[in-house]
Ligand binder design. Sequence first.
Ligand code: SF4
Length: 258
Amino acid sequence: MPSDKSAVLTSSPAEKALADHQILDHVYGHLPPEPRRTPMRELISTVLSHRTTHADEELAYDRMLEAFGDWAGVEAAPTADLAHAIRTTRWPDTQAPRIQEILRRIRAETGGPFDLDFLADWPTERGMAWLTDMPGIGLKTASLLLLFNYHKPVLPVDTHVHRVAQRVGFLGAKVSVEKAHSVLLALLPADAETLFNFHKHNYWHGQQICFFLKPNCARCPLKGFCTYYQEHFGPATAEALAATPDKWDPAAWGKLPH
Ligand code: SF4
């Protein structure tokens, strides 16, 4: 952890991004890269999750496989029947043909099995291009799958990562979430373990401390070099820095989400 957190206040975006990573790595704890779920589930669940609660997405996923047995059954099902099975999602009539098209492309690539492990052997750029060409699959989903499941050096950027990076000041205020994928990636070491931890920690930070409406700056260990903090409260004082907890306390503040 940098000994003088305020020393990077005027540093370059790359230095700030690295300081953010080092400090949050210490606060939340370093993690080994690991998948959230199997590659097929990651991909298909993402299509189901658009504007849908997690519970309804899971219900749709389970009902789909109960109704048609396996991926071959889902692909071959009448599209209207698939839409009915996933009706707890927001746009079943749009998602059903998308899922079937994704399954068709996977089968065409593997020659049969519904398995994405060929992505492990492909260069990152080829895998990214193949995934983002699928209907309903954007940069964030493709990056999550390639980083979490295949340890490729890419960075998923969601709304939390985007907000923290902009407030701390290593991402421009006008850079979109889509564009931030390449901008932030260029600031960080091209190493899957670092990128995995950067993503997870900044995601948690946006969810737990740097809230959209009222960021909890008093508890934030990034305040010493955060542009938003400086603009709203002035430079962080030695007292404020000393009073900032530098480890997440699950007993006091709750367990971090997966
Ligand atoms: S100091 Fe405040 S605005 Fe800056 S990152 Fe921390 S919580 Fe967010």
